[in-house]
Design a protein around this ligand. Structure first.
Ligand code: HEM
Length: 396
């Protein structure tokens, strides 16, 4: 076991590569002690096999006492039974089962025509307005927002407000008062939405959950509001980041852009490689050992906190050959961009469908698309839980 305590590498020098130093840490000690921005010392897990082992091990809880990635380390209170993200078994298993029933591959596939329409409409508008355009505000942000809002039946007039609230809730180190106010507004909006669905059920997901056979009475207003809030936020920001950052990456790598444009059948491997190469949950997940656990031959004691660093793991040469090369023809890897184990992303099928439609359509409709500014002038989301690009000026 390595006794050295390292400072977790967080500063990127290339916007499309993990922070320098992370690979060396992983290759030297895939489970090691590290210090984090909160000032705390905890375990940092970076090897692919070790991250997977920790993520699927039920002896790790998501209820961490300290938020290691924030400057003050304070964990904000989670009301009620809580969102899936902050629950452990058995509550997590039961609630996830209820939601997963509505996230079938069939239901997600049925959304394809609607997603295609939303993507087409946004690209039509971009074309109509002419170059240059900011691909983030005109495409990457509104498309996932419209998709998930459609899925839940969020009324059109409430969508801009929802988008604004999601931004406020997701930032790292947000002003606690701003975050609390955003959380309250989101709660109010969802409460109203649930009441409307109860009165007038539709074919949306909230109505489907209300109609679920629920002999134990788990699906009350609080459950619905929490579930919808978690889903809306988890689906919105992540997918928007992947569209913006994935586009930036493709435009910075014109060889890969051309490959995809010339052979659209590559879109599913291209999306898998983008997910791996960008692994946007850039700091890794936080967990707490509830019992002594051995990971990668290292003993982690009950009560100790760990960070499972999926980004470092997705560049492990044990996962793919030549991990630093972005290659859209690569065979899909067992990457950890959607997590692993009991908390693995419930919306991954929807995210994949959305990203495939987005990138196939974008390169087909704008075969001459290119960055309108040098890549050095782009500003990236270095301080956010999910990595991305703030603005993406493009021309064609
Ligand atoms: C490219 C887009 C997306 C990425 C990269 C992503 C990534 C992730 C990751 C890494 C986790 C695991 C978190 C952890 O282990 O603590 C997760 C969980 C989750 N995701 Fe996604 N996600 C995406 C899209 C979506 C979409 C579209 C939805 C819903 C429609 C969604 C809903 C959820 C939910 C509800 C969870 C919590 C699951 C649980 O705790 O059991 N995500 N996502």
């Amino acid at each position: 076991m390595s006794e050295t305590v390292i400072a977790v590498p967080r500063t990127r020098t290339c916007p499309f590569s993990p922070p320098p130093g992370l690979a060396e840490v992983r290759d030297r000690a895939p489970v090691t002690r590290a210090t984090f921005p909160s000032g705390d010392e905890a375990w940092l897990i970076t090897g692919h096999a070790e991250v997977r082992a920790a993520m699927r091990d039920p002896r790790f809880s998501v209820k961490v006492p300290r938020a290691l990635h924030t400057k003050d380390g304070v964990v904000t209170a989670k009301p009620g039974r809580g969102s899936l993200l902050w629950q452990d078994a058995p509550d997590h298993t039961a609630d996830r089962k209820l939601l997963a029933k509505e996230f079938t591959v069939r239901r997600m596939q049925a959304l394809r025509p609607n997603i295609q329409r939303i993507v087409d409409e946004h690209l039509d508008e971009m074309e109509r307005l002419g170059p240059p355009a900011d691909l983030v505000s005109s495409f990457a942000v509104p498309v996932p927002s419209m998709v998930i809002s459609d899925l839940f039946g969020v009324p059109v007039e409430q969508r801009p407000e929802f988008q604004e609230i999601a931004e406020a809730v997701m930032g790292v180190n947000p002003d606690p008062e701003v975050a609390q106010a955003a959380g309250m507004r989101l709660g109010g909006m969802l409460f109203q939405m649930v009441q409307e669905r109860r009165a007038n059920p539709g074919d949306d997901l909230i109505s489907a959950l209300i109609g679920t056979d629920d002999p134990e009475g788990v699906i009350d207003d609080m459950f619905l509001i929490t579930a919808a809030g978690t889903l809306l936020i988890a689906a919105h920001d992540t997918t928007a980041c992947m569209i913006g950052l994935g586009s930036a990456l493709l435009l910075n790598r014109q060889d890969q852009f051309s490959l995809l444009r010339n052979d659209p059948s590559l879109v599913s491997t291209a999306v898998e490689e983008m997910l791996r190469f960008l692994t946007i949950g850039q700091y890794g997940g936080e967990r707490l050992a509830t019992e002594d656990v051995e990971i990668g031959g290292v003993l982690i004691r009950a009560g100790e906190q760990v960070v499972v660093h999926a980004l470092a793991a997705d560049f492990d040469p044990a996962l793919v050959v030549d991990p630093d090369t972005f290659d859209i023809t690569r065979r899909p890897s067992a990457h950890l961009a959607f997590g692993f184990g009991p908390h693995q992303c419930i919306g991954q099928q929807l995210a994949r469908i959305e990203l495939q439609i987005v990138f196939e359509t974008l390169v087909r409709r704008f075969p001459e698309l290119r960055l309108a500014v040098p890549v050095e002038e782009l500003s990236f989301r270095d301080e956010m839980v999910f990595y991305g690009v703030h603005k993406l000026p493009v021309t064609w």
